[in-house]
Write a protein of this length. Structure first.
Length: 56
């Protein structure tokens, strides 16, 4: 039995069975964008708090 690993398809067996490649990046892209924006906002808020603290 042979297995061919690839990028387009995860694996193709010698029997002809093709295992599809899971598209983790595409399926989780919206969640990744949302979390990235939340993190960016938190960093900006922390920076503003530090600036206000240093002014006083």
């Amino acid at each position: 039995m042979g297995v061919d690993l690839g990028v387009k398809e995860l694996a193709t067996l010698s029997t002809g069975v093709v295992l599809p490649n899971p598209k983790h990046y595409k399926t989780h892209l919206s969640k990744l964008r949302r979390l990235s924006k939340e993190l960016s906002r938190k960093k900006q808020e922390a920076l503003e708090i530090d600036l206000r603290r240093n002014k006083n």
